[in-house]
Write a protein that binds this ligand. Sequence first.
Ligand code: GMT
Length: 379
Amino acid sequence: MKIGIVCYPTFGGSGVVATELGLELSKRGHEIHFITYNQPVRLELISNNVHYHEVNVPEYPLFHYQPYELALSSKLVDMVKLHQIEILHVHYAIPHAYAAYMAKKMLQEEGIYVPIVTTLHGTDITLVGSHPFYKPAVTFSINKSDAVTAVSKSLKDDTLRLFDIKNDIHVVPNFIDLEKHDLHGFTDCQRGMMAKDNEKIITHISNLRPVKRVQDVISVFYNIQKEIPARLMFIGEGPEKEKVEQRCIELGIIDKVVFFGRSNEIDKILCFSDLFLLPSQTESFGLAALEAMASGVPVISSNTGGIPEVNIHGESGFLSDVGDVKDMTKNALYILSDKDRLKTFKDNARKQSLKFDLHAIVPQYEAIYEDTLANCLVL
Ligand code: GMT
């Protein structure tokens, strides 16, 4: 199949999922065309059947806001025609589903039919999409998609609760390339460079937005390091970064915290981690938690959204109410304070991640593409 993938090219989970999906589909013989405004961060390899087409939005003094949707729709029309793309898979509804629908209508005028699969990722439904400013356009573009998927059951339920949806929504969970996190094949785990032998390594990865509640990460870590020697690894950049640094200085723990910024070496950092913290306000899935678990790192998280579908309470880690720093601290210390217990939680975390093996999940997307194409031939 010739598949066009539209996504955000940034470090966010939706872009990561879209990129990993495209790369795996290309290995399975499909021709993949990424269409976005920058080369996706995890798209290191462009090959015979992986292509990248940049959407450019020229600046013009009249525009207070650059019309990205318009440029994207036009690019989609051009790329579908040039490369005979058969299906468009858009990740994150805003504005991708809307732009794809416009492209589809323009192409129909020329007798070309290209169906759209929309994958809902999280805040395109919860925090942003359901805002009255966007809701009518998001509802319309979900209903006009030829197939819709959500990355968790919780996100599907939220979508049906918040919008008037006429379409079926398929739950296709996020996935992980377990080989990349293969604990035995990994030889470059330089723990000694990051911490002393007696120190536990706690990790948090996110785009440091308010929804991630990074101040709770600091609070939990502060409590942990009062009881046992520990260091905190912070991966990611975002609007909360300065406040986080300032708080670490105020609490006198800045020398125990390492800020990696936007790192492409997530697997190396997770390799030497003992515990992962994800205290988010809302989280449709929690891809970062899955990546941690695949590296054998137990997760202390909030029990919001789709996280309970990923992190199993008392097995791969623990879940607490949003903002319950005390409970998160108690659970973290319970796991970290006993060597054998830590080993059990690490093994369980890895075992739980096996349920999200990309070899099991990617064929679900292929089946949706095939059904969607077959249905549109019937129409
Ligand atoms: O929705 C967002 O906040 C952005 C999005 C992203 O691009 O990072 O994150 C969402 O999609 C991820 C991939 O499906 C999920 O793992 C995240 O849980 C989800 N974020 C939220 O729901 C806050």
